[in-house]
Write a protein that binds this ligand. Sequence first.
Ligand code: AMP
Length: 212
Amino acid sequence: MRIVLLGCPGAGKGTQAKQIAERYHIPHISTGDILRSAIQSHNDLGKKVKEVVEQGQLVSDDLMIELVKNRLQADDCKNGFLLDGFPRTISQAKALEEMSGIDVIINIAVPEAEIIKRLSGRRIHLASGRTYHVLFHPPKEADKDDVTGEPLIQRPDDQEEAIRKRLMVYHADTAPLQNYYQQSSYQYINIDGAQEVQTLQQALFNILDSQS
Ligand code: AMP
């Protein structure tokens, strides 16, 4: 199954994507995770994108399209994939159409006030991508990963100013994808992301089970 997950920052794409990828045995391709790990390892890509990512802006279409094109050619994508964080612009969506078919596009919709609350409390364990929230899903011990005990971090782009920037960028560049896909011949499903994580997960499984 080839799935594209859309939704504004903090909609819960990452959390849901992990569960979906596991259930359907497809790779979870998070462009945000790929960029963060490049930044972390100080490689060429990381150096190129660090500032842009940390300020909450978008990395250039050319760079992102090249990155995803290469990733989709890997063996593990033969039976499908789940894209999380790509496409983020109409140009990226058009490039994706040339790279691969898509079976379903799911948009997770969450009101903006809820988003700010969610993002500013988010903490992550960098090595595994495990995500916590200081109020809604706190770790067993404050600021430590439940599995490894390693420190959790707050993403620089989860600071309030960067969150506002990311939401502006989302509205300007990414939200238009909803209309774009709605009017396309692709199967497009809009789902309420304000519901509880487990309820949302079950709703997504029901949709995807009916596809496979
Ligand atoms: P995410 O984890 O999906 O919220 O992505 C974190 C950051 O990585 C974004 O705010 C952008 O700076 C960058 N990024 C991730 N995916 C893309 C993309 N498809 N196009 C441009 N920038 C991206």
